[in-house]
Design a protein around this ligand. Structure first.
Ligand code: LRH
Ligand code: MN
Length: 424
């Protein structure tokens, strides 16, 4: 299914007056509105190919309908999102869930939808049917050199797929760790993992990056061999200038101060990118901004402050990606809400009077510091995000148009009721 441009223009005409009233009001009390809007137009978020179907838990999966049956249909689905918000201009593939069988055709299809290929993801957290050695006790940490070798070769194969598709980064998330005290020698596990990552690093093309994604627990529940930002930074520093850390918002211990972690990784020049989602307890992979929107704003405040301090281009310097799993929502509606939440948090952060905040911090005027931050957080920035969409040829209200055009019903007619997408 494709959404015709005129359907979007027609929809926007119906909402133009209401939008103009709200935008003019919002813009009247802000400065550098054009600068903010240009940053929003340029800001593109990578959509995970593994989150276009319905997810589940070990207790069950309630299948959705009209889910993509192939990589081609996944690219079409991301194309639908991008047509509606012009902020979803990239897809992040997971190998072997999405092995491209015809690189040329897949690249052409993606280009047709205005999509790039973001970071490619390796998978040594599952055993594939034709796999010789099991990853039950880990992959790059494994005590058996042959298992580590197998994991390295898989990552090099993933890089090869990425090069063919025009991607320029590899995300390595290792489920490696232990579930019981004594099961693992932490030092050996670290050194084996570092040695394996060094072999993968050596295979990276010159202009590529490798993102080392950390996670506090699951599927191992006593230790994870890349368990927190410090361990990920240790690997990235020991690997070299092409290695960075990747922050998945759901991969922290309860009450971790993620905005501080982000600020320090950025200061060190070792923050590679994000997997945006939200959570209340564990790695819940819920809709971004659905549980802790203030934390998301504070993270973007750290990002804007840190990126401007290093003169970084906001849109292109980091990998902005979503990583979510949809157990009860329509996957596409969930992703539309996540992109909206990210754009809102970014806009609020762009409106923070950083100069006033710095002055208040220098005077230890704690109350004033909070007032400056919350002035931006409590500003309804949705008219700015909508105006950026309007200027990009997208819909003023993507979710409403998604429903009015009965996109899911159309996909069901095209694909059938009981189709299941590969992924989580
Ligand atoms: C691990 C993770 C990782 C992906 C997987 C799908 O929890 O966040 O980024 O490989 O989810
Ligand atoms: Mn992730």
């Amino acid at each position: 299914m494709q959404i015709d441009k005129y359907k979007i223009q027609e929809f926007n005409q119906g909402h133009a007056q209401d939008h103009k009233r709200k935008f003019d009001f919002a813009a009247s009390s802000q400065h550098n509105v054009e600068g903010v809007l240009q940053k929003l137009v340029d800001f593109q978020i990578g959509i995970p190919s593994w989150a276009l179907g319905t997810g589940g838990t070990r207790f069950g999966r309630f299948s959705g309908s009209g889910e993509p049956r192939s990589l081609e249909e996944k690219i079409e689905d991301v194309g639908l999102l991008h047509a509606l918000n012009q902020s979803s201009g990239a897809i992040s593939l997971h190998i072997p869930w999405d092995i491209p069988n015809d690189y040329k055709a897949i690249k052409a299809l993606a280009a047709q939808h205005g999509l790039k290929f973001d970071a490619v993801n390796s998978n040594t957290f599952q055993d594939q049917p034709d796999q010789k050695l099991s990853y039950k006790f880990g992959s790059m940490q494994h005590v058996d050199k042959a298992v580590r070798r197998q994991a390295v070769e898989h990552n090099i194969e993933v890089i090869r797929h990425g090069v063919e598709l025009g991607s320029d980064s590899l995300t390595v998330w290792l489920s490696d760790g232990s579930s019981f005290p004594g099961q693992l020698n932490f030092r050996d596990a670290f050194e084996n993992t570092l040695e394996s990552l060094q072999e993968v690093y050596a295979a990276l093309p010159d202009d590529w990056k490798v993102f080392v994604e950390y996670k506090a627990f699951e599927p191992n529940f006593y230790s994870m061999t890349v368990g927190d930002w410090g361990q990920s930074l240790l690997y990235a520093n020991k690997l070299g200038p092409k290695a960075y850390t990747l922050v998945d918002l759901g991969h922290h211990l309860p009450n971790a101060n993620i905005e501080q972690i982000v600020s320090l990784l950025l200061m060190e020049g070792k923050l590679g990118g994000f997997h945006f989602n939200d959570s209340k307890y564990g790695d819940d992979d819920l809709t971004t901004g659905s549980i802790k929107p203030y934390q998301l704003f504070l993270i973007f405040n750290s990002l804007v402050d840190g990126m401007d301090a290093r003169g970084m281009n906001h849109a292109t310097s980091l990998a902005w990606m979503i990583d979510a799993s949809h157990n009860v929502k329509d996957p596409l509606e969930d992703l539309l809400q996540s992109v909206e939440a990210i754009m809102i948090a970014y806009t609020q952060a762009l409106l923070v009077d950083q100069k006033a905040l710095k002055e208040a911090q220098q005077e230890n005027d704690v109350v004033r510091c909070q007032e400056v931050l919350q002035e931006a957080y409590r500003t309804d920035v949705r008219p700015f995000v909508a105006e950026a969409r309007l200027r990009s040829g997208a819909a003023l209200r993507p979710l409403q148009l998604f429903r009015e055009l009965k996109v899911r019903e159309n996909l069901i007619n095209e694909r059938g009721l009981k189709t299941v997408a590969t992924g989580l």
